[in-house]
Design a protein around this ligand. Structure first.
Ligand code: ACO
Length: 348
């Protein structure tokens, strides 16, 4: 069995910066409300026509591949995590393969929202461990701005999210003391509808409490009707307080699980990189785990919540700013829609 190591990483955020004050041009909100509840000061939004989830992923991937000392031709598998794909299908993995001129390698799309990158990393880790692949590109990328509603009715959601991408290249290492020590994945679908986008979808309203009426026809027409579009049912829905309550339980739980399975404890963590859901969630988790400020990395203030991209963007930014050293114990953790939650422990 091999051990996997992160051989290179990169991130990309769009140039367009939208401050909290900028959002007040579209909806009834304020810098004070947003900063107090979420810690966010500004976020990046992709160019509406030039940039997509795939193009941002390519920007991040090119940096990661070059830092790993390989070329796009050397990549032998792609794992792409996103909830905002360019097309409903096919997924972004094949678009990235095509646009980067890669060989006819496997491209797997992961749909685990905020936990997507750690789920993707875990899948890649298994393929490296078994010796199946030698250079796996793992990507998290999101273009939330195209699907969010910037009217006051959706302000609890649209002030939180931003666009961006992060990528890593995983390679095998013979050194059993460094690299990915373990990954831990969980789910509980009991509350699947409280952080979700219901349409377009094939559920035919089966799980929804407030059901928009069905079109009067024998077949088809349920996937996305004009009535659903007009009623806002095709927009992301979030019960913020319920998400907060669950997140502050599952984040510490999955971090402690990773530590316990490696006979380590909170004091051994050199850097915790939590999914950037909300600065208040990160601060609460830090307090529950008894971690110092220098043991936790946050950058949501600048980028908002970039869902599957937030962990690789934060990991790369922390590394670029000299916060990760050889031998450090780095813990990645995420919680999000599903609910799903996950962690990865890495010896750098
Ligand atoms: N600007 C101004 N007022 C707002 C805004 C806004 N952007 N959004 C909501 N409000 C108002 C509401 O209308 C409501 O007004 P009312 O009392 O007159 O009805 C009031 O603020 C409180 O609304 P709540 O939704 O109860 O706001 P809350 O204080 O819970 O804060 C928030 C909302 C920030 C989303 C909070 O619930 C939270 O942090 N939840 C965690 C969820 C989260 O962070 N999700 C991130 C994505 S999921 C993930 O990554 C895990």
């Amino acid at each position: 069995m091999y051990q996997s190591k992160i051989a290179g990483m990169g991130y990309y955020v769009p140039k367009n910066i939208y401050s909290n004050d900028d959002l007040t041009r579209f909806m009834d909100t304020s810098d004070e409300w947003i900063q107090e509840r979420t810690g966010i000061k500004e976020r990046r939004f992709a160019d509406r026509t030039e940039e997509t989830t795939t193009t941002m992923a390519i920007e991040a991937a090119e940096i990661a591949i070059s830092r790993a000392g390989v070329t796009a031709q050397d990549i032998d598998f792609i794992v792409f995590a996103t909830l905002s794909p360019d097309y409903y299908f096919p997924g972004c993995g094949v678009l990235l393969q095509r646009e980067m001129g890669m060989r006819e390698i496997g491209a797997l799309d992961v749909r685990n929202q905020c936990s997507g990158f750690i789920y993707a990393l875990s899948v890649a880790d298994q393929f490296i461990k078994t010796g199946t692949y030698k250079n796996i590109l793992v990507v998290g990328s999101e273009k939330h701005s195209f699907a969010m509603d910037f009217q006051t009715r959706s302000r609890n959601v649209s002030v939180i999210f931003g666009d961006g991408a992060g990528a890593v290249v995983l390679q095998p290492t013979q050194d059993n003391h460094s690299g990915i020590l373990s990954t831990h994945l969980h789910s509980d679908g009991a509350d699947a509808e409280i952080l979700a986008m219901y349409y377009p979808g094939a559920h035919a309203n089966k799980w929804l409490k407030n059901k928009p009426s069905f079109p009067d026809q024998e077949l088809g027409g349920l996937f996305l009707t004009s009535e659903q579009l007009e009623s806002g049912a095709a927009l992301p829905y979030m019960d913020g307080p319920a998400v907060f309550k669950k997140a502050i339980v599952k984040f510490p739980e999955v971090i402690r699980e990773a530590l316990a399975s490696n006979n380590l404890s909170e004091k051994d963590i050199d850097l915790l990189i939590p999914h950037q859901a909300n600065l208040r969630i990160s601060q609460y988790v830090q307090k529950l785990l008894g971690l110092r400020d220098d043991q936790v990395f946050n950058n949501i203030q600048k980028y908002g919540n970039t869902t599957a991209a937030s962990v690789p963007i934060a990991l790369c930014e922390a590394w670029e700013s000299g916060k990760i050293h050889t031998g450090d114990l780095v813990c990645l953790a995420a919680f999000g829609s599903g609910f799903t939650w996950a962690s990865a422990l890495i010896r750098w």
